[in-house]
Design a protein around this ligand. Structure first.
Ligand code: BEZ
Length: 253
């Protein structure tokens, strides 16, 4: 069983994954950011939604574990730094912690939630959305099957919890749940699924020798075509979102 890391390329991300931030507005609405609030954008990526929060009048710090994505966010003039979301280094600084499409990359949710709790002022909010149970199941199945026929296995790089599991983790830290729901959201891709695979599925692709990778991707695309591509040639990934809003009680420290 192998486990590898994901590397991010802001240019490729902008081409194949811009829909991630474009579809993030419902989470921004759920956050209901107020002018002058101090907000931490956890897993800010290239800063597209960080910039939106700044536009709305908030003081925003973006953090991400990718040096390349933070460089892209900084090039937009944002306050952004490289930091592991599983080891946040803030204490009672933020009115809210916001996260879109990032928490599924952090496989130690207890450490994430503990760091968010510490980062928030009493009464602060933790609002986010990420992949929930069932997310991209057909893609994961196709990747695992094509790898297995090549004699390889990869531990899932992602954390896609059941809502009850995530609720339990949040409540164990003291958060009060305002809303927490699983939302199936088939998501239109900008091209065929190969762009998605090259952008997001590197932990699966990189265990193969370079000479086998294109053939591997083609096989996964053909396995997924009958499942994710419609008669017009449009590809939709089988996304399932876990969207939540919580508060740290006013009385908490
Ligand atoms: C997601 O946003 O659900 C996602 C993105 C990349 C890999 C896995 C899931």
């Amino acid at each position: 069983m192998s486990s590898t890391t994901q590397h991010w390329n802001p240019a490729q991300y902008g081409k194949d994954a811009r829909f991630v931030s474009d579809l993030g507005m419902p989470v921004v609405d759920l956050l209901s950011p107020q002018r002058g609030e101090n907000i931490l954008d956890l897993g800010c990526g290239d800063g597209a939604l960080t910039a939106k929060l700044v536009e709305l009048g908030c003081n925003v710090v973006g953090v991400d574990s990718s040096f390349e994505m933070i460089a892209a966010a900084k090039s937009l003039g944002l306050n952004a730094r490289v930091m592991d979301g599983q080891a946040l280094r803030f204490t009672h600084e933020f009115d809210a912690v916001f996260s879109n499409a990032a928490l599924h990359w952090m496989k130690n949710p207890e450490c994430v939630i503990a760091g968010v709790w510490r980062a928030l002022k009493p009464g602060g909010r933790f609002v986010g959305e990420f992949g929930g149970c069932g997310n991209v199941t057909s893609i994961v199945t196709a990747l695992e099957s094509a790898l297995s026929s090549r004699g390889k296995m990869v531990a899932s790089p992602w954390f896609f919890p059941h809502p009850e599991e995530y609720k339990r983790l949040l409540e164990a830290s003291g958060f009060e749940i305002k809303t927490l729901e699983l939302i199936p959201r088939p998501t239109l891709l900008p091209g065929d699924v190969s762009g998605w695979l090259q952008t997001f599925a590197q932990p699966y692709i990189s265990v193969l020798p370079a000479a086998q990778r294109l053939d591997f991707i083609s096989e996964v695309v053909e396995t997924l075509r009958p499942l994710l591509c419609d008669t017009k040639g449009d590809w939709k990934a089988d996304y399932v979102r876990l969207r939540f809003a919580t508060t740290k009680p006013n009385t908490a420290t």
